[in-house]
Design a protein around this ligand. Sequence first.
Ligand SMILES: [Zn+2]
Ligand SMILES: [Zn+2]
Length: 424
Amino acid sequence: MYTMEELIRGIQGCGCGREHLCPIRTLEISGGALDRLPALLEGFVHILLVADSNTWRVCGARIAESLGGRAEALVFDTGDHVLVPDEAAIGAIVARVTEDTDLLLGVGSGVINDLCKHVSFAHGLPYAIAATAPSMDGYASVGAALILGGMKETLSARPPMAIIADTDVLREAPMDMIQAGWGDIVGKYSCLNDWKLAALIRGEYFCQTVYDLVMDTARRVEGLAEGVLARDGEAIRALMEALVAVGVAMSYVGNSRPASGSEHHLSHFFEITGIVHGQPYYPHGVDVLYSAVVTAAIRRALLESAPQRQAFDRAAWEKEIVRIYGGASQGVQRLQDRLGWNGQDDSGDVLTRWEEICAVLREAPDEAQMRAMVSAIGLDVREFGAFYGEEKIAEAIRYAKDLKDRYTVLWLAAQYHTPIGWKA
Ligand SMILES: [Zn+2]
Ligand SMILES: [Zn+2]
């Protein structure tokens, strides 16, 4: 088990042969952390603070006051709406960056963090984040998730130089954001299994140290459900540490492989089809947790039947992609045409190693265990089933894989099992 200090220092001489580096210099997760923020950001005197009306009210105004003449503030007037990380929001931040600006300081969680991370990377500026909710694992990660041209895209960026999280602020976050953070971590059971699967079938890069780090983190967070629901300060601090640790794990590898697999692809399906068709979807980590129940069911279905190579019908696939992804379908088709995985015959590798594949699939928590985790954090799988409906969930199982260039159990299921249905 690594301490957070050891984690941000990085791991040299790892058995996987890669150097695991982390550019975070300051990490402060504690009660009253905001009192120390002016000192932690010592040396920066032309800070652009970025908040929205909500995070400004939560602690942005207080931070700006404590920084005095060292900071100017940009506050997005979002009213009751959620800020969207799109071209307009990026432009608004860029317009406030001057030659003198020496630091971007985001005050917020997912969206503000992604926006500041992107602008800082694009303009070669350091950035720091004052976290307002333990809601997702992107604080320390390398990618910035944006909505560009109406589509969700993750652009390469760099982690912040400082993460400052005051647990007195975090524990007051809306409960669904806290549940989402917990779900984002517990969903790692699913993506870690996908990582092993991809290493076995596709010979993909794999690091046992990073795998163990994320697995230990998921186990620890699973045990925090009760404390997190009670907004216990220590449980919230441990959850925030876990969210940062997983972000660091992604930085180590240079992409989101250790933290995002089939359960994330299902959650992206619900988010993207929601954006395209104007339908509602859950907070990211809540979708991830429910989706991890579905991916457990997919693994069980594969374990319970002999593999049967499925024919790929290009015309039928294309028709479904257009119907499901609407304006986003061209991008999906281009990506899959470039990859060529649909229709590619890998049965030589898959069928001869079927026993080994099953052994990997069996390592993940089963569906009953995942359902128990959902209940433990106060959520209800039946509500998820009713929210999206069986038909949309079945479509997600078949077509979420096409959103990504990453091998997961969704590809195995699509290519070696008759279409899988799922009931809440
Ligand atoms: Zn390694
Ligand atoms: Zn996530």
